[in-house]
Design a protein around this ligand. Structure first.
Ligand SMILES: Cc1cc2nc3c(=O)[nH]c(=O)nc-3n(C[C@H](O)[C@H](O)[C@H](O)COP(=O)(O)OP(=O)(O)OC[C@H]3O[C@@H](n4cnc5c(N)ncnc54)[C@H](O)[C@@H]3O)c2cc1C
Length: 570
């Protein structure tokens, strides 16, 4: 314990006590960071499990997730979180962003094979923002003339100042329209990315959120948008692994214990006049109360105000006014393989994005696809017996092999409060970590992280909250560093276990497949060896990569400048 902290917090000896309310990714991150800094942490979670909005269950013998979750290489805090809980080895991360998009021309009646159009978005070895130039030029799902307008709009988007409050006063769609983007371009490109990341279409999304997504994910660092996903159920990746990491860190986890209120010393607890309370905070649950020197409230936006003491939030901040945007997942088990791709995007159908979850589900036969529908206002109320056949029809329209396949089973999962609604004007209700009551701090993907409501945002908020509370309880020196801005991660950045934040070089890719086989056979020790070799190879390949990048850079730059000229001609 350091200096003036005793007077401020009432901590006399030993470790400060920190209570964390909520066991989603935000709360888990905060709890681990506080425990790592030497605090005595108790985590209260309403449900019987950890992981919050990321969870799994078993249905008809298949282990399913409540909803497919993906992340990008730029989600550096989330990747650190996976490292911390020992889950790094269970995620897949593309070497290069590569997305196949199918569009059904005359859905749903036309099922002819030639009714499906295909587009591919794949980055090449050039630096951002040139890395997508070639792919966008050949992206046939947008008419050629409209394709030529993508580059200038992307450049303008990359130049927006994310700190400008005016960005939160308009929708992304209105900005796109002002920058010459056609309906076709919005549907086939901008919404393709905006929907799963902001969980709203461009027509509703705040420009500030969309600009953050595109700047950080696509326009600043070439590898940022490489897509990652879990190879195991989320309940294992986050829930079980977190439980064990928290246990090892000495955190007391109290599951099935919802917090009803947080009392503050000298305010609403009827403390005796003149007496110094042992703890500045009292966390109240149905089972009793627990004292704490600091509290992290990591609850969903719609119920945070229910437990906060009066006056904790600035008068104008009302997280409950953020509203919620739902996500629906339709799980379809076919009796045979219907696609060889790990995931696909669909245009013009309910099946916005779908993922092969056969291996993680433990399905012994056929192929199990999880179909994710973001911003699902229009189908959240649809009865499963109506929605599932529509989605199966969409899959059959997009995937010819699915037309003859038998459906072994379907299930619809609905998350009404999947994220807050990041519409214009939402920024004001995203509270910062510090409340108006010192020592009482906030976390959650909805808080003011600057990120959209994602796993990355949740983890960042947890780190921010831990920093704020640790400073207050006299552990400033042990507080975790501020989350890095994704694009400041250097090429040499390696994870704690040698796992590269950067995609592997060509040389290390060559060995990747045989390593993968060897890794699954060998134990943890040989895995560690293989990973450090991969790191060394990756660094060796780095120089060549830089040379290649420079060589291609000039050619692409000149192609792009010709494109700008072309736009005027067309
Ligand atoms: C279907 C779906 C798909 C998604 N897809 C993606 C994706 O692809 N990529 C991505 O990055 N993000 C995705 N997200 C968003 C991501 O899951 C969330 O942003 C993130 O998990 C939020 O974490 P959190 O800790 O802030 O909140 P939560 O996960 O909501 O955690 C809050 C916790 O508080 C608990 N709680 C509530 N009340 C109390 C109480 N009174 N006392 C104690 N505990 C309480 C809750 O039970 C919960 O465990 C998706 C979300 C859903 C639902």
């Amino acid at each position: 314990m350091t200096d003036g902290a005793t007077a401020q917090t009432g901590i006399e000896t030993g470790a400060p006590r920190v209570a964390v309310v909520g066991g989603g990714l935000a709360g888990i991150s905060a709890a681990l960071a506080c425990a790592d800094a030497g605090a005595q942490v108790t985590l209260f979670e309403k449900r019987a499990r950890l992981g919050g909005l990321t969870w799994s269950f078993t249905h008809d013998g298949l282990v399913m997730d409540n909803g497919q979750h993906v992340f990008l290489r730029c989600c550096t805090s989330y990747l650190d979180f996976l490292d911390r809980i020992g889950s790094t080895g269970d995620v897949e991360l593309q070497e290069r962003m590569d997305v196949t998009v199918f569009r059904s021309k005359a859905f749903p009646s036309n099922t002819a094979v030639n009714a499906v159009e295909k587009g591919v978005l794949r980055r090449d070895r050039l630096i951002a923002p040139l890395h997508l130039g070639r792919s966008l030029l050949g992206y046939g799902l947008i008419p050629f003339k409209a394709r030529l307008r993508l580059g200038p709009a992307a450049l303008a988007l990359s130049r927006l100042d994310l700190d400008d409050p005016a960005l939160d006063e308009q929708t992304f769609a209105s900005w796109l329209a002002r920058h010459g983007q056609s309906e076709a371009a919005v549907s086939a490109l901008w919404d393709l990315i905006c929907l799963p990341t902001v969980n709203l279409p461009a027509a509703e999304a705040s420009l500030s959120m969309a600009a953050k997504v595109f700047q950080t994910g696509l326009l600043t660092e070439a590898s940022a948008a490489d897509i990652g996903w879990s190879r195991v159920p989320l309940g294992v990746l986050h829930g079980e692994r977190s439980a064990s990491a928290l246990r090892q860190a000495g955190v007391e986890v109290r599951l099935g214990e919802p917090v009803t209120a947080i009392g503050v010393a000298g305010r609403d607890r009827g403390d005796q006049a003149g007496a110094t309370p042992r703890y500045p905070f009292e966390v109240q649950t149905a089972r009793g109360t627990a004292g704490a020197h600091g509290v992290v409230v990591a609850l969903p936006h719609y119920c945070t105000e229910d437990v906060l003491p009066e006056g904790a939030l600035p008068a104008f901040v009302r997280p409950s006014r953020l509203g919620s945007s739902p996500i629906v997942n339709v799980h379809v088990h076919f009796d045979r393989r219907v696609t060889e791709l790990a995931f696909l995007a669909g245009l013009g159908t309910e099946a916005q994005w779908f993922f092969d979850r056969t291996a993680s589900s433990g399905a012994g036969t056929g192929q199990y696809l999880a179909v994710s529908i973001s911003a699902a206002d229009s189908c959240i109320g649809t009865r499963p017996e109506d929605l599932a056949p529509q989605v199966v029809a969409s899959l059959r329209a997009l995937l010819p092999p699915a037309r003859d396949a038998k459906v072994l089973g379907t299930l619809v999962t609905r998350e009404h409060h999947a994220t807050f609604r990041a519409t214009p004007g939402s920024a004001v209700h995203r509270a910062p970590a510090r409340t108006r009551i010192p020592g009482l701090v906030l976390a959650g993907a909805w808080t003011a992280t600057g990120w959209p409501p994602t796993m990355e945002g949740a983890v960042r908020s947890g780190i921010n909250a831990a920093r704020a509370v640790l400073v207050r309880v006299g552990r400033r020196d042990a507080a975790p560093p501020l989350p890095k801005e994704a694009n400041t991660v250097t090429r040499a950045d390696l994870g704690a276990n040698g796992w590269s934040r950067k995609p592997p070089s060509r040389q290390s890719r060559a060995g990747a497949q045989s390593r993968a086989g060897a890794q699954s056979r060998a134990g943890a020790q040989s895995r560690a060896g293989a990973q450090s070799r991969a790191g060394a190879q990756s660094r060796a390949g780095g120089k060549r990569e830089v040379a290649e990048v420079r060589a291609g850079q000039e050619a692409t730059a000149s192609a792009l400048s010709q494109l700008s000229n072309l736009e005027e001609v067309v």
